[in-house]
Design a protein around this ligand. Structure first.
Ligand code: NCD
Ligand code: ZN
Length: 344
């Protein structure tokens, strides 16, 4: 297959930051995707519907003229979030989910939850209103090995949560292990997972290839090859529980190339193209449309987009960097080649 036309995809997990960074990164996503779920881990975090709607306006202002792109907003769950706020979110179609960050798990997660106990009332209200909980699924015990944190979260937190709230809709975000694939695949329909392009294309060797590679450091951290293979199998299986979420997470270059570098891979500049590569390598390009354009909307109770995008097998070189506000961001594959191109 040299050309592939699919329904316009959506990105069900995306970071676009705020302020001067917005016009640097939003156009990349808007060119490719019809909609994107925007993560609320700003500083300070987006914790109310009012804040989410103001953020939405700032994002829309960064969408190029004539481009149709719908930001779908999320609230950042804190131990102070009220059931009333969740009810406000549930009746506003512009806010589609609540995000759970275990405190300390990742970038800007300090305001997250230390334990689920204080938020069960809010989670019950979400279950009642059908508002999904999006989870950064990593155990935060500092003694827990960084490569085991997703598995430990599933056993220690997710299983009890799903048992206690049997109707809550849950997305386990950016899964990275065979254990997560198996778990999500074997639970009820109300539990789904997103998978990033970088976790489909890279294993943990990428972080150490010829030296320390800060731009390959993200959370959850890249895992062993056998886990990458399990993710590819899940993404290309046609199982609607697994759908696209880039977790494109831009940071300024100096915040990545540092003695204590930030976690996050910037992939928005070539997002659907990178997924096409991964599916092509697996001989499963025919499965890309379900994963990228159909299964996400189905989970969220939305219609798929009604426009299309076309990809062609054609190499292009990714720039060494892109402008990012007053600084720069180093994209995945910087200076290297991507083998699929989006046609206009
Ligand atoms: C994300 C970020 O930078 O906001 N980083 C990352 O490595 N994925 C946060 C997150 O999704 O964990
Ligand atoms: Zn993320």
């Amino acid at each position: 297959m040299e050309r592939l036309t699919i329904l316009r995809p959506d990105d069900w997990h995306l970071h676009v930051r705020d302020g001067e960074a917005l016009p640097s990164v939003v156009p990349f996503s808007a060119r490719r995707f019809g909609r994107a779920i925007l993560m609320p881990n700003l500083k300070p975090p987006i914790t109310t519907v009012d804040q989410a709607l103001l953020y939405r306006e700032r994002v829309l202002a960064a969408v190029p003229e004539g481009v149709q792109f719908e930001p779908l907003m999320t609230l950042y769950l804190t131990e102070q979030t009220s059931a009333a706020e969740v009810e406000r979110a549930a009746v506003d179609p512009r806010v589609v989910a609540v995000k759970l960050y275990p405190a300390g798990a990742t970038t800007n997660s300090e305001a997250g939850v230390h334990s689920l106990e204080p938020v069960y009332g809010v989670l019950e209200a979400m279950a009642e209103h059908g508002l999904p909980l999006l989870i950064h699924g990593e155990d935060t015990d500092p003694a827990s090995d960084i490569f085991d944190r997703e598995e430990r979260f599933i056993e220690g937190t997710l299983v009890p949560l799903l048992r206690r709230l049997p109707t809550l809709k849950v997305v386990l975000e950016h899964i990275t292990t065979a254990t997560a694939v198996e778990f999500v695949g074997s639970t009820s329909k109300r539990v789904a997972a997103t998978i990033t392009a970088h976790h489909l294309l890279l294993n943990r060797n990428a972080i150490f290839e010829g030296g320390l590679r800060p731009h390959a450091y993200c959370l959850p951290v890249l895992k062993r090859e056998r886990h990458r293979r399990a993710l590819v199998e899940a993404a290309t299986s046609g199982n609607p529980k697994f759908f696209l979420g880039t977790d494109s997470a831009p940071h300024p270059r100096d915040a990545k190339e540092s003695a204590c570098g930030c976690a996050g891979c910037f992939t928005a500049h070539a997002a659907i193209e990178l997924y096409a590569e991964a599916f092509d390598q697996a001989g499963a390009l025919d499965k890309l449309e379900g994963f990228a354009s159909r299964f996400g909307p189905a989970f969220y109770g939305l219609d798929p987009n009604n426009t299309r995008v076309t990809l062609e097998r054609s190499e292009w070189q990714v720039p060494a960097s892109y402008p990012f506000g007053s600084g720069e961001v180093i994209p995945m594959r910087a200076g290297e080649v991507v083998s699929w191109r989006l046609t206009d």
